[in-house]
Design a binder for this molecule. Structure first.
Ligand code: SF4
Length: 306
């Protein structure tokens, strides 16, 4: 998965894609030490997220459970693909809860690699992690960004949602036309929509649902709008839209740099469709300022502008 484009072939990053390096006086290095010291993984590092300096500098991070090896190989994703080493680490939930406490997090975001090798696709480990967090801090909110739980969707949803996470997030990732090409034959656009709708049906509390779209993979703006319509039609409360960055020469090429004005248009369209919050901007990622996304959706304050 490593590698980079020859310099001449690299699409030049426009000004609006520039990110700040971690600053020495921020919390970045403390967060790094805590996470590495506890042998935890984060999607921030595994996916080479461009916001890591900002997010870790603010003392936040998104934990990645179930190891560092994914059983899928989506064409836009830098997370290592292959055969995972074995069953989930049973002590990971406790280490994660301990680390979240040391970081003083109020809103904790957990995601994972896909684990198609496990009979429950990792749902039990998600449940154990939420349980460990809620037991330790009943007042914090927990957001899960889950895989699609291939072929065990209903059972896995029930296991995860029985622990009452505050936000259920599942990324649709791209528009219908590109979905199979980017995500592979195991994933399904309609299954992703189903999972998001079904999450609300199987709970007896007001879970917030959320999904994310990556742009710059070859979609049109009208197709993005169509995907937002599909998400709203399946009851999704929060949507995030951000620019694709090609992580290596082996990954899908960047089709276009989406202009900030287009991101603004997506936000306005999403607002008109009735989302509680639309985070739409070049550097927006699913977990970017997730606490604010949730707050915006719950208070009806509306989407935050970038
Ligand atoms: S946007 Fe999400 S993945 Fe990226 S650094 Fe921030 S918390 Fe981590």
């Amino acid at each position: 998965m490593q590698g980079s484009l020859p310099v001449a072939d690299r699409p030049r990053r426009p000004e609006w894609m520039k990110v700040r390096a971690p600053s020495a006086d921020s919390r970045y290095y403390d967060v790094r030490k805590l996470i590495h010291g506890a042998s935890l993984h984060t999607i921030c590092e595994e996916a080479r997220c461009p916001n890591i300096g900002e997010c870790w500098g603010r003392g936040t991070a998104t934990f990645q459970i179930l190891g560092d090896t994914c059983t899928r190989a989506c064409r836009y994703c830098y997370v290592h693909s292959g055969k995972p080493d074995g069953p989930p680490d049973p002590l990971e939930p406790l280490r994660l809860a301990q680390t979240a406490a040391q970081m003083g997090l109020k809103h904790i975001v957990i995601t994972s690699v896909d684990r198609d090798d496990l009979p429950d696709r990792g749902a039990g480990h998600y449940a154990a992690t939420i349980r460990a967090l809620k037991r330790r801090f009943p007042a914090v909110s927990v957001e899960v960004l889950t895989p699609d739980f291939l072929d065990v969707e209903e059972d896995a949803l029930r296991v995860v949602l029985a622990e009452r996470p505050d936000v259920f997030n599942h990324n649709i990732e791209t528009v219908r036309r590109l979905h199979a090409r980017m995500r592979g034959a195991k994933a399904s656009y309609d299954k992703a929509l189903w999972l998001l709708r079904r999450a609300k049906e199987v709970v007896d509390y007001p879970v917030l649902t959320k999904s994310g779209i990556i742009v710059g993979l070859g979609e049109t703006n009208d197709e993005v709008l169509e995907t937002m319509r599909d998400l709203r039609a399946h009851g999704v409360d929060v949507v995030t839209i951000g620019q694709y960055l090609q992580p290596s020469a082996q990954h899908a090429r960047i089709d276009r740099w989406v202009h900030p004005d287009e991101f603004r248009w997506f936000r306005e369209q999403g607002e008109a469709l009735g989302f509680g919050s639309v985070f739409s901007g070049p550097l927006v990622r699913s977990s970017y300022r997730a606490d604010e996304q949730r707050h915006a959706a719950e208070t009806g304050r509306g989407p935050v502008a970038y």
